[in-house]
Design a binder for this molecule. Sequence first.
Ligand code: F6P
Length: 343
Amino acid sequence: MKRIGLLTGGGDAPGLNGIIEAVVRSLREQGVTVVGIQDGFEGVFEGRTTELTSGIVDGAHQKAGTLLGTSNKSSTQGRVEEFQKKFASLQLDGLIAAGGDGTFQALGRVIHGLKIIGVPKTIDNDLAGTDLTFGFDTACAVVAESVDALRATANAHRRVMIVEAMGRTAGWIALGGGLASYADAILIPERPFDRKALADFLRHRRAAGHRGCMIVASEGVAAVGEKASIAFRVPGSPQAERFGGFSEQLARWIESEVDWESRHVVLGHLQRARHPTTTDRFLTLMMGYEVAQMVRENDWNKAVVYRDGQVTRAPLSDLMKPARLVTPDHKWVQVAQSMGIFI
Ligand code: F6P
């Protein structure tokens, strides 16, 4: 009987529990035992595992977080031999890893001699090799619902309200959530904005009689010729610099430059904390099913990905390529422009 390991690495994303439940349920039907590795790579180094029984996983799909725990700090850097030794001692026939760029970079170092199936995961939607990652739709829903709610207070007080979305160097969440809520302006890192053009846009809106104005800003955005705002650093993390502070600075700048009262809201980890949307649930259900087929067919060192509207398979190395960013002329950018949204 096969024993397969399953770990979740990097920042959590809504849908991780769905992947766990879908994988375990379909592999259980094949008589495969799934061993959950706790807290990402830490569980391998420290030998912390737990057998994933139906009592543990059934019904988990509806919750955010990951029942296995995760870490976006642990890595295999400088610990390749140790990892391979520790992994061998777990006596597993293969490993299913759900993670983001940090997880796959780390696995890239130790892949030799291992059987791995990769599952792309990040709310940022910026992982190479797949058109979509689970967690993204849920994060966009949080942004869109927040913009819709905050518009009421922005209009009541005649204010510009800036909603800061996550996403690191990628603007997918701000763009997706901002479009879904018809925000007035969407600022993303891939399109550094012109300060004068934004100030003119706001003055024009106010002159046209708009009481409030909703801006969605990606945490990693910067004006033309400026640098993104870094809030703090996390030593040892594959993503050491954490963005933050932009929306507050922008609010003060709008007040002084445009003389329009402004407030900012940083949505932060609420974007990762909502229960997954139906779209994310379907995606993890279909990916979990596909992973189980790959195990049954012994089709290792591949990733399950979403391409051209289908869940399919791709070389694992596809997930290790540079981040997938919004192209400046992306269809969603064109749609925003055609709606009169500042982008
Ligand atoms: O990569 C996912 C993400 O949520 C980013 O959008 C964000 O910048 C970062 O993780 C936050 O990381 P942490 O949970 O360490 O604060």
